[in-house]
Structures are given as structure tokens and as C-alpha cells.
Design a binder for this molecule. Structure first.
Ligand SMILES: [Fe+2]
Length: 349
């Protein structure tokens, strides 16, 4: 089966494969070229150093690279890392004198397609290995692009949801966007992973989505809110959770939404969770939400300003709000200024 597929692939390829052989030993390079000439179907170029290889790949990208791991200007896995940085989409097959399984595995983990040991195997084996490497890399690249596209579609959908709510509730236009922006900045300040930060942006963008359930006149009613209106508004975290809970986000978005009005001391809603029962993302969005909401205009009151918002956070740090998050929020504002809350802040990428 293996051989059959190899032959089938060779037969269907009309143009010769442009192969860059990165090898500093002239005898080894000649031998590889000789073996490939015998089986045919390859146009070989050669580089003796990694620097030369990177220049060559840049000027004239080959179909694949056969890479020695011991070069005058690079050694071991560093060789792979530097070439991958220069040309991430290029199929790389290692061809080295070192018969080391651990190194072979490491090379694969660093994005190489295969590992050949010099002196083992003939031209047919090298040919098949390179052709498979090209095929595998193409499939891998296609998968990567599909995943990227899906991620973009997901973010665009979340943005649309966010805008849908803001169209109904013009007084809070930009609120979710600014909360998303500030939450991501706090996450960065706390040294959270890129994926968690991406989740914070997403959760922040839709944290109030449950307000879609609230009659529009309640949201834009000027003056003090009645107890009855307040009760309905307080339902929005739970409503948001119900809207989003079946979407299989790679992050706990539904929980971020349901928990963004929970408070560390258990005085929040809807579940009255305490301390660590509230997920970190929700503790961050809660702080960003309070800061943004107090410092902005609301139909029932004018903007109170950043100082009052910060005073609320400081006064209740450790009781209502996570002190570590509050400090990170203060640091972000010290560092970036209030521009992080600009009305025309771009949508988080
Ligand atoms: Fe909210």
C-alpha cells in the first residue's frame, strides 16, 4: 500500500520537484543529487550554510528542503527553528548523519515532515519521503487555513451579536467593545495565555447579550430605576448564559456572561457565588465592566468619570472585586491612559 501510493503520487506529478539541498559536505551533497538523478523528477539546488539557504528560500522558494542539522552556521534543532521562522510553509525533511530517534522526534515536533539518516536507504526512499512531505505539508497548510477561517467567522459572528444588542440599546454603544478591550489588556498584564486573552475578548464583547431579553424602554429609561425594572435588568446574566451555553466556544464564554455580576464576597448575582467559585475571566470582566460603566454616561445618570470608577474599585478591592485584578486594571490605566476606553476604540482583533 505504502509503495503503491508512492508510485501513484510520483506518476501524477508532472513538473519536477524543486529541491533545496542544505548540506555543507560536498561529497554528501553530490551523493544525494546522484541518487535523486537516478530516480528522476527532481531539480536540485544547493546551499552550504543556513544563511545561504534562507536567502535562497526567500529569493526562489523551492517545493521542499532537505536539511542537514550540522552546518557551519547552525547546529541541531536551532537549524530547524531558524529555517521555519524564515519559511513556515515550506516542507522540510531532515537528512543527517546522526541516527538519533529522539532528535528525529524533536524535529517532527518542531514542524519538520520527516527524518532521514545519511547512508540508510536509496534514491527511491529519498524521493518518496520528499513527495510525502510535500503532500503532508499541503494538507497541514489547508487545515491551518480552514481553522483560521473558522476562527475569523466565529469572531465576526460574535461581533454581529454584540452589535445587535448595541443597536437596541444605543446608550451603551461601544460598552461591550470597551469592556472587551480593557479585559484583554488586564489579562495581558496578568500574564495570562494568548488563548485565555482571546476568550476574554470574546466574552467581553457579548457579556451583556442577555439584555436582548429586556424591553428596550427599560434600557433607555432616564432617571432612577424602579425596583421592578431593576429586577428585570438583573436577569440579563442568566439570560445571556442561556443564549450562549450551547455554543462550543474553546473558552467558557457562557460562564463569563453568567458570572460577570458575581462579587467575591457573595453579594453579586444571579448565583451569589464567592471567591474561587467565580472563574478568573468573569472576575476580570466584572472589574472592566464596573470601570467602564461608572466612567461612562448612562440614561439614568451622567458620566461619573474615571476617578470615581477607580475609587469604587479601590474601596471594594478584596471584598467585591479580586484585588489582583483591580491592581492589574489600575496598572493598565496608569500605563495606557484612558485611551483604552476611547469611544472609537477599534474592535479587538
Ligand atoms: Fe452586565
Amino acid at each position: 500500500m505504502f509503495l503503491e501510493r508512492g508510485l501513484e503520487m510520483t506518476d501524477t506529478r508532472s513538473a519536477p520537484v524543486d529541491l533545496l539541498v542544505v548540506e555543507d559536505n560536498p561529497a554528501d551533497a553530490r551523493l544525494i543529487e546522484l541518487l535523486l538523478n537516478e530516480v528522476g523528477g527532481f531539480r536540485c539546488q544547493r546551499a552550504e550554510t543556513l544563511g545561504e539557504a534562507i536567502l535562497s528560500v526567500d529569493a526562489n522558494p523551492p517545493d521542499a528542503v532537505l536539511l542537514d542539522l550540522s552546518l557551519p552556521d547552525a547546529h541541531g534543532i536551532e537549524t530547524v527553528e531558524r529555517l521555519r521562522r524564515a519559511a513556515p510553509a515550506l516542507p522540510i525533511v531532515i537528512c543527517t548523519g546522526l541516527d538519533d530517534e529522539a532528535m528525529g522526534l524533536l524535529a517532527l515536533q518542531h514542524g519538520c515532515q520527516d527524518y532521514l539518516v545519511k547512508g540508510q536507504g536509496d534514491g527511491n526512499l529519498i524521493r518518496r519521503t520528499i513527495l510525502y512531505a510535500i503532500e503532508r505539508k499541503a494538507v497541514e497548510e489547508e487545515r491551518r487555513q480552514t481553522a483560521e477561517r473558522l476562527k475569523r467567522v466565529l469572531l465576526q459572528t460574535v461581533r454581529s451579536l454584540s452589535l445587535t444588542l448595541e443597536m437596541r440599546d444605543p446608550y451603551t454603544t461601544g460598552h461591550q467593545r470597551r469592556v472587551a478591550q480593557l479585559s484583554a489588556a488586564i489579562g495581558q498584564r496578568l500574564g495570562l495565555s494568548e488563548s485565555v486573552i482571546e476568550g476574554l475578548r470574546t466574552g467581553g464583547l457579548v457579556h451583556d447579550i442577555g439584555k436582548i431579553h429586556i424591553p428596550a424602554e427599560f434600557l433607555s429609561r432616564p432617571g432612577k430605576l424602579s425596583a421592578e425594572v431593576h429586577k428585570v435588568i438583573r436577569m440579563h446574566p442568566q439570560m445571556g448564559w442561556e443564549i450562549m451555553r450551547d455554543i462550543e466556544f474553546p473558552w467558557p464564554v457562557a460562564d463569563m456572561i453568567r458570572q460577570h455580576h458575581e462579587r467575591l464576597d457573595g453579594t453579586g448575582y444571579p448565583q451569589g457565588l464567592k471567591g474561587d467559585e467565580i472563574i478568573m475571566e468573569a472576575r476580570i470582566i466584572a472589574v472592566a465592566d464596573v470601570l467602564e460603566a461608572i466612567s461612562s454616561h448612562r440614561p439614568y445618570r451622567p458620566a461619573l468619570g474615571l476617578d470615581i470608577a477607580l475609587a469604587e474599585l479601590r474601596d471594594h478591592s478584596g471584598t467585591r472585586y479580586d484585588p489582583v485584578v483591580v491592581q492589574a486594571c489600575i496598572d493598565v490605566l496608569d500605563e495606557k491612559g484612558s485611551s483604552i476606553l476611547d469611544e472609537d476604540a477599534p474592535l479587538p482583533q
